[in-house]
Design a protein around this ligand. Sequence first.
Ligand SMILES: [Zn+2]
Length: 499
Amino acid sequence: MEVIVLRIAVASFSHETCTFCPNITTLEAWERGGIRYGESVLFTDREGPSYITGIKEAISSEKDVELVGILRTSEPATVGMGGWLTTEAFDTISDRIREGIKKEGNIDGVLLALHGAMAVTGVPRPEAEICRKVRRVVKKRPIMVTLDLHANEDIELANSADAVFILKTYPHLDSHEIGRMAARCMVETIHGKFGPTMAMQKPKIICASVFQASQSYPMKEVYSRCREWERKGVYCASVAPGFAYADVPDVGFSIFVVTNNDYELAEKAAQDLSSLVWSLRAELTRQLPKAKEGVTKVIEMVNKGVKPIVIAYHDDRLGDGTHILKELIKQGARNFCSTSIADPAVLNSLVKKHKVGDTVTVKIGGWVHPISGEPILITGRIEYLGGADWVETGPMGKGAKRHDNIVASLNLGDNNHVVISERLRAPMSADPLKAIGMDVDSLDIVEIKSRVHHKAFWDTWAKMDYPIDPPGTTPADLSTLHYENIPWDIYPIGEKWRK
Ligand SMILES: [Zn+2]
């Protein structure tokens, strides 16, 4: 007897676009970052868990199902976080997905691992547009989408995809799990055992990433309510708090609920989650201390024995920000490590002219954009200079093999250290610091340019995680940004609430 093989296409085109960051994201940047096609889309060795590994696991027990790799992008090579995607970049890559699926011929379903916070010049809702392109090829066959928790989506995605599954953890630790859920749903749907039925709600709230940690109040409450609905029969309840730094019309919270043929249940859950989120809006939009007062507070706490402390320099997305380092030095902090000032020019000159052990005076940072602060003059002994390799042992990307072409560490005295990197380098665990010889446990203050992801490891190491809000491209205080495309009634910065 001939076995009929079901073929599920897999494609991934993912970007969190910071439209307030100065450099646009071009096709060239995507090509340089790397785009894979065909079978290699499904190779995941030494990458750590991901949507794709989850999809593969779900399919591994299905004898009559085959995955067909179409296209998968890596991070585009931009300085810091990429700004607006060019229309050319978006059209070219999304057309390649459509054409790749078309070329395969008989495809029974499509799994798209997208992000949700992509922002494209001239394309207001890129993820929905990708689905519409694919829809023209696969017609009525199911299209299912996985998204990051920082997704900004609305009714247009609900209208163009059969089911939407979104991460529930920030730090993001469940991409494997969400990929598996989506793939399982896809297989059951193709077999006719599942009827994906969605409800969508959009509470009008925009909030900074730094307030969205899934293990902390208030988002912890939201995700435990999602789990409650899943225990009551919902297949997947998703709440994305969104990405505030994409100036797009569907910015902010997005709720998608998937059930098996139960519209009533889906709608009830989505409405309940929406009112829960609305009730938490004040906590989601609070203010944080600025650089000077924040660093003063940290030093005070360290002196009282509350240590070590991690400073989350959460709004530097370009990597060249100097505001916190400046205050640490000025206020006489000791035993600190500033874990990343991106400055490739200084790195190059160190490599050319110096070696480990030399004492150097360099001006670092503050070169990408004035908002990052002035370049800062430091004198220190080179304690590390060269490439670095490590395997992540922390929860984020556990098992993944990482590499830096070139990185330097300067010892400023008083057990103070500054790491100079080629681009923004936020250590997700102590591994990247240990890889360059840092005695991490001797530190009282570790400054990391991250919002929440670092907490997966660093909350287990530090007494306290302390976010500070110096000037930066992605501030906690969203009222300081100039938006042009967001809804009139979005809380707390839409026109309606400003009056
Ligand atoms: Zn995210």
